[in-house]
Design a protein. Structure first.
Length: 314
């Protein structure tokens, strides 16, 4: 064990024996916060790393993992690492530690600790980590967006991992909820189509046969809507992405999907980033054209409609 603090040594002993873990966690928090209040960023950062590496991970202590993850986010906020490279690296390192546990050793407590950490990290990231406003001239918008993308992708992967893990242990609804969470977050992961496809596959297994044809429209709409909200992604890329999704083996459309198409195409055309401006009409038509090709058997009588003109009437 390193020499960071007696609190870390006490935490390691508690995690190893399983005794007095709550007391050891509280002692660790107290020691850590003293260093933070002294503005000793190096010492407090080292203490967090040592606790995770030497105490939590070797002994798979989920309650300590939950506490160390929460304290890391408070540490980053205190030292004004809200949306910078150091914050992203720290989140990445902590999540990698969670992921280092083999599936055979996962517990529900460990799962909850990791999900809680990533969810809290995402909230801290999008809120700037606290009430202090980052000065505009100091902002790194590339890092800000990279952080959002990374955490969303990791959350999606984690929900998928735990959905599969949970199905092996129970026939209840927990795995269903995890699959639904993965699917919802996958819409934010358009640059990783394999994640979208994996989430679709997981959800498809939970749907009734009559519900499955509706999944393609919901997925395309969800990914397009999220993609257009990202200022770093061009409209051309988003449209290309829609085409890739519609050609994916994971998404299949059937003739009963017509009502889903009619419902979702209108929502697609109403996406804020696709406001009906003169220079956007051609792009709108391309979106509809791609969708119509996939749904052509269902939409033979609707393929010639001028959807851009039609939506202007709403």
């Amino acid at each position: 064990m390193g020499s960071t603090s007696s609190a870390c040594r006490r935490l390691e002993t508690a995690c190893r024996t399983g005794e007095n873990v709550a007391d050891a966690v509280e002692a660790f928090r107290t020691d850590l916060r003293e260093k933070i209040e002294q503005n000793d960023e190096q010492a407090s950062g080292d203490m967090l790393k040592e606790a995770m590496k030497e105490a939590v991970l070797p002994h798979r202590c989920d309650s300590a993992a939950l506490a160390v993850g929460a304290e890391l986010l408070k540490f980053l906020a205190h030292f004004d690492h809200k949306r910078d490279r150091k914050a992203l690296d720290a989140i990445h390192e902590m999540n990698a530690a969670f992921m280092a546990i083999p599936e055979s050793e996962i517990t529900s407590g460990w799962r909850n600790a990791q999900v809680n950490f990533l969810t809290s990290a995402f909230q801290a990231w999008i809120q700037g980590g606290g009430p202090i406003v980052i000065r505009e001239e100091c902002r790194d918008t590339d890092i800000e967006q990279e952080g959002i993308v990374y955490i969303n992708e990791e959350l999606c992967s984690v929900f998928l991992r735990f959905s599969k893990w949970d199905k092996k242990l129970t026939t209840g609804n927990r795995s269903h909820a995890l699959a639904a969470s993965a699917y919802k977050i996958s819409h934010q992961c358009g640059t990783k189509l394999e994640l979208v496809a994996a989430a679709v596959e997981e959800v498809q297994s939970l749907l009734k046969e009559e519900e499955k044809p509706f999944l393609i429209a919901r997925t395309v709409y969800g990914v397009l809507a999220a993609t257009f909200e990202n200022p770093k992604i061009s409209s051309q890329y988003a449209l290309k992405l829609a085409g890739q999704l519609l050609r994916s083996d994971a998404l299949t459309a059937g003739p009963s999907a017509i009502s889903s198409f009619l419902h979702d195409i209108l929502k697609i055309l109403e996406i804020k980033a696709l406001a009906l401006q003169a220079d956007r009409e051609a792009e709108l038509c391309k979106v509809v054209e791609v969708l119509c090709r996939v749904y052509k058997r269902s939409l033979m009588l609707l393929g010639d409609l001028n959807w851009v003109e039609l939506v202007k009437q709403f």
